[in-house]
Design a protein around this ligand. Structure first.
Ligand SMILES: Cc1cc2nc3c(=O)[nH]c(=O)nc-3n(C[C@H](O)[C@H](O)[C@H](O)COP(=O)(O)O)c2cc1C
Length: 191
């Protein structure tokens, strides 16, 4: 299987990073191909709503997103890992998601589905970490993430969210988070 993972945190070695690594450790790399996109390090312009993708379903902006489009098209499993910022997904995550508007056009305007016709159903995993203990951050981030997953024809996804995790690396002290993530990664490829 081909698994793609988006890391929407700018903090290398931070909580999102640690949680995502645990999920990926649950996936056998000998049998599966994993590509991780560290969005903070990628030159991706925000969507300009230029209308370029409306007719064709193809984005005309030439940047690192052009590397992500084929990866999304090819993926069997998609993981999105993001910290919660201002009760939402991080900007790094959201910029990538907004640039998936060509898939939205393809699916909803041109009635074409991304799904590989004879392949397995596409499943997703959403990993969220927030420093506050306010559920609204998870709810808002989840709403955007769900729109993203459905747009790229990931019909189902699971969510693991952890609140009250603020200091860099604090997720390691959570009683179940790393084990949960490992198990979620393992299950993701066995669905
Ligand atoms: C700009 C900014 C905004 C934040 N806003 C929220 C928020 O609205 N809700 C929340 O629970 N945590 C918020 N946090 C805390 C982060 O979600 C928290 O520190 C998280 O553990 C960071 O994950 P990371 O280590 O992967 O970067 C914010 C942090 C930053 C830097």
């Amino acid at each position: 299987m081909r698994i793609i993972a988006f890391n929407g945190s700018p903090r290398a070695g931070g909580n999102t990073d640690i949680l995502l690594s645990s999920a990926l450790q649950g996936i056998d790399r000998r049998e599966n191909r994993i590509d991780v996109f560290r969005l903070n390090d990628m030159n991706i312009r925000p969507c300009q709503n230029c209308g370029g993708c409306t007719e064709t379903g193809v984005c005309v902006v030439d940047d690192r997103m052009q590397q992500i489009y084929p990866a999304i098209r090819d993926a069997d499993r998609v993981i999105l890992a993001s910290p919660i910022y201002f009760f939402a997904l991080s900007a790094q995550s959201k910029i990538m998601i907004d640039r998936c508007q060509p898939f939205w056009c393809e699916k909803y305007l041109h009635n074409r589905t991304l799904e590989k016709e004879d392949g397995p159903h596409r499943h997703g995993l959403l990993l969220l970490v927030g420093g506050m203990k306010k559920q609204i951050g998870v709810d808002c981030a989840s709403a955007s993430a769900t729109a993203f997953f459905r747009t790229i024809t990931v019909q189902e996804h699971r969510t693991l969210s952890y609140l009250g995790i603020d200091q860099k690396g604090a997720i390691r002290n959570h009683p179940t988070a790393l084990k949960d993530a490992f198990e979620a990664g393992r299950r993701l490829v066995n669905l």
